[in-house]
Write a protein that binds this ligand. Structure first.
Ligand code: C2E
Ligand code: CA
Ligand code: CA
Ligand code: CA
Length: 279
């Protein structure tokens, strides 16, 4: 039994090493990918449920790998978070999204905001809000066009500091959304204290409405609570007209999901906005 234990321990060890090696490989390939400009942003529209119009877009990163093809974020973002490469990747995403937004505004498109996902490591830098301010200036973009998406665990980690950072962002004019709401740990009293603009209801709650009574109860409660705190709501993963209608009746402000559009390239967003205006 002792020998077995040792063997399985060794095996486990080798496994960890292989994984660490693979992570290192992906991470160093990612460094090159940044230099070679292999990352691309796709944008998913967010639709105002009462008007049916696009109110904003969310930037979602992909890696156009020369051999492996288009890689989804889950294939490289978690690794980049572990190895620290996420700071460079996150910076690239912020810059690319702000530049694109500036271009859209310059060409007269009435898009309200571009939302960018932040990683914990990015947000926990002591100079985070200064970096955002510098970046906006560099891109010539007004802060009100930038929305930052944070998760519950990111804001709950160091609430005192987070309140301070969010106040700084808010005073600049940027907006803040809590992503995947309902899946993490968060306290309602903090929600009230944090200067937050949007709650994004996680798509796991949306998937089975209006049929699943528990999900309907949870979603209704989130919407009622958020409204009473003066927050705007975005439902994620809206795939059917029935979900969209139901959410609108519950008072949910915005929806995002395949019903409206998958994440697409910037040119496609522009086409959608232009055809909205001619309708
Ligand atoms: P997320 O922020 O929750 O983004 C929404 C994800 O749901 C996207 O997956 C999107 O394509 C997918 N989605 C949208 N509508 C629907 C729908 O109707 N049904 C279903 N089943 N899925 C839908 P994606 O692009 O693969 O991104 C996955 C996650 O990767 C994101 O989840 C986000 O956490 C992370 N991510 C993406 N881009 C970035 C980034 O630039 N930085 C960081 N730190 N994380 C990112
Ligand atoms: Ca998000
Ligand atoms: Ca989300
Ligand atoms: Ca998610």
């Amino acid at each position: 039994a002792k020998a077995d234990g040792r063997n399985s321990y060794k095996f486990f060890d080798a496994d960890i090493n292989a994984r660490a090696m693979e992570n290192l490989l992906i991470s160093s390939a990612l460094r090159l990918a940044l230099e070679r400009d292999e990352l691309v942003l796709h944008y998913q529209p967010r639709v105002n449920l009462s008007t049916g119009k696009i109110s904003g877009v969310e930037a979602l990163v992909r890696w156009q790998h020369p051999e492996l093809g288009l890689l989804p974020p889950l294939r490289f973002i978690p690794i980049a978070e572990e190895t620290g490469m996420i700071e460079a990747v996150g910076e690239w995403v912020l810059k690319a999204a702000c530049r694109q937004m500036r271009q859209w505004r310059d060409s007269g498109l009435a898009l309200e905001s571009v939302a960018v996902n932040l990683a914990a490591r990015q947000f926990s830098r002591p100079d985070f809000s200064e970096r955002i301010a510098d970046l906006l200036e560099e891109c010539g973009l007004e802060a009100r066009y930038l929305e930052l998406e944070l998760t519950e665990s990111m804001v709950m980690r160091e609430p005192e500091r987070v309140v301070q950072v969010l106040r700084e962002l808010k005073s600049m004019g940027a907006t803040v959304a809590i992503d995947d709401f309902g899946t993490g740990y968060s306290s309602l009293s903090y929600l009230k204290r944090f200067p937050i603009d949007f709650l994004k209801i996680d798509r796991s709650f949306i998937a089975d409405i209006p049929d699943d009574v528990d999900d309907v109860a949870i979603t209704s409660a989130i919407i009622a609570m958020a409204k009473s705190l003066g927050l705007q709501l975005i439902a994620e993963g809206v795939e059917t007209q029935a979900q969209s209608d139901f959410l609108r009746r519950l008072g949910c402000d915005h929806g995002q999901g395949y019903l409206f559009s998958k994440p697409v390239l910037a040119g496609e967003i522009e086409r959608m906005l232009r055809s909205e205006n001619t309708n």
